[in-house]
Design a binder for this molecule. Structure first.
Ligand SMILES: [Zn+2]
Length: 412
């Protein structure tokens, strides 16, 4: 059996020494009692940081610490209270104990780190604590991280909406295009939703510092940006416009599905995903499936080709060339009687200035899409992030550590 001294060295809690120990081999538990080392006498008020030499009382707290091999470890630590003239009777500040919860800082850090690559349920099994506790620890871990870091300036922003479902409807998401990090979530997608971001998150100076915003062709967002960010150029970006083009393809597919009926249904059924994919991303088998469908239905083929060719609009870097390409694209719609695409063409013409802004201000492509994809994957994995604050911190941490930035690389 190791001595108290040896336990002190292995435990390695700076400023503390083990004075009692208990090992239970049957239940695989290790209990250690610690108190301050002789040279570590300065007490700090947890409210204001003022230093004290005297404690007014001492109590014992039990906290879970990292396991020692198969042994679950509990550390019993003496915690003092001080009589602070500013804060009253206050517990001392102990760096090893980040909060009131019964866990040491390094236990919480280990749980938080594990949560970066595994679900709360998996982490719960590994550490032997309930999943709800894991989530609470993870939230504190993320809050400490967020509170200790400097946030980069916002010069280029992305605004997007995420559909949560029938009940909760939409979530508005603001991100920093330069860092690829989500900054804020708001309920719904009204002008008021985005107004709240500008009002509560940014100073007037910060709002003036925003030079560009990638947004969907969605009036409420535009109105809010125009009101709050006077120097901001609105850019209708490729990701959002291609979402509309995909929507148009899907409308054509559905119309054909109902119009033709019978044999056609079998061919078109279940092909939605294929039609929304880029041709370059499909393997030979998938391309063949599409070609079979196109041979039977010219309208669906036309819709697909129109969507694919619209994508090329963003290869142009001069306004004139971009406008010419767009007009040529719209000319192809003549005599096609593809209503969803005629509607899209009109929308594009109505928002032409914002589309051309892509040539005037350089913004990174694909960031809004990547942020959106990461949040959706978190939502899928976590099932019901009731706490939006937690979801945001999680997504921010993910962006900074690039844990799952697959979409980011693909879109670039
Ligand atoms: Zn104080």
């Amino acid at each position: 059996m190791p001595t108290d001294n040896e336990f002190t060295r292995i435990l390695d809690w700076p400023g503390y020494r083990v004075y009692r120990q208990e090992i239970d081999e049957k239940s695989k538990t290790l209990k250690l009692w610690v108190r301050r080392k002789r040279g570590n006498r300065k007490l700090e008020c947890s409210g204001c940081g003022r230093k004290f030499a005297e404690a007014c009382d001492v109590s014992e707290r039990a906290v879970r610490d990292l396991p020692w091999s198969a042994f679950r470890t509990t550390v019993f630590i003496e915690v003092c209270r001080v009589k602070c003239p500013d804060c009253g009777v206050r517990v001392e500040k102990v760096p090893l104990l980040p909060g009131k919860a019964p866990f040491s800082k390094r236990f919480e850090d280990a749980v938080g780190q594990a949560c970066e690559s595994a679900s709360a349920r998996q982490v719960a099994r590994r550490f032997g604590v309930p999943a709800s506790t894991v989530r609470a620890i993870d939230l504190r871990y993320l809050e400490r991280w967020s509170g200790s870091r400097r946030k980069p300036a916002l010069r280029q922003m992305g605004v997007d909406e995420i559909y949560l479902g029938k009940k909760e409807k939409f979530l508005s998401v603001v991100c920093n295009l330069e860092t690829g990090e989500p900054l804020w979530f708001g309920r719904e997608r009204k002008k008021e939703s985005l107004d709240e971001f500008f009002q509560t998150e940014l100073s007037a100076r910060q709002r003036r510092g925003i030079e560009a915003a990638c947004v969907d062709m969605w009036k409420p967002y535009r109105l809010s940006i125009e009101q709050w960010a006077p120097n901001c150029r609105i850019i209708y970006d490729k990701f959002h416009i291609m979402q509309h083009a995909n929507g148009a393809v899907d409308e054509v597919r559905r119309a054909e599905f109902f119009r033709k009926g019978g044999s056609m249904r079998g061919v078109v059924k279940g092909k939605r995903w294929l039609l929304l994919s880029r041709w370059v991303n499909l393997d030979t088998g998938k391309k063949r499936q599409l070609n079979t469908m196109f041979a039977l239905n010219r309208r669906v083929m036309k819709a697909y080709l129109l969507k694919e060719s619209l994508d090329r609009l963003w290869t142009y870097h001069y306004e004139g060339a971009m406008v010419r390409y767009l007009h040529r694209w719209i000319d192809q719609l003549r005599w096609q009687r593809l209503k969803p695409f005629e509607k899209l063409a009109q929308t594009l013409l109505d928002h032409l200035d914002g589309i051309l802004n892509y040539c005037r201000t350089k913004v990174p492509m694909g960031v809004v899409e990547a942020v959106n994809g990461n949040i959706k994957s978190l939502l899928r994995r976590g099932r019901g992030y009731k706490n939006l604050h937690y979801l945001l911190l999680k997504a921010q941490r993910m962006a900074v550590t690039r844990t799952e930035f697959v979409a980011f690389a693909k879109a670039a």
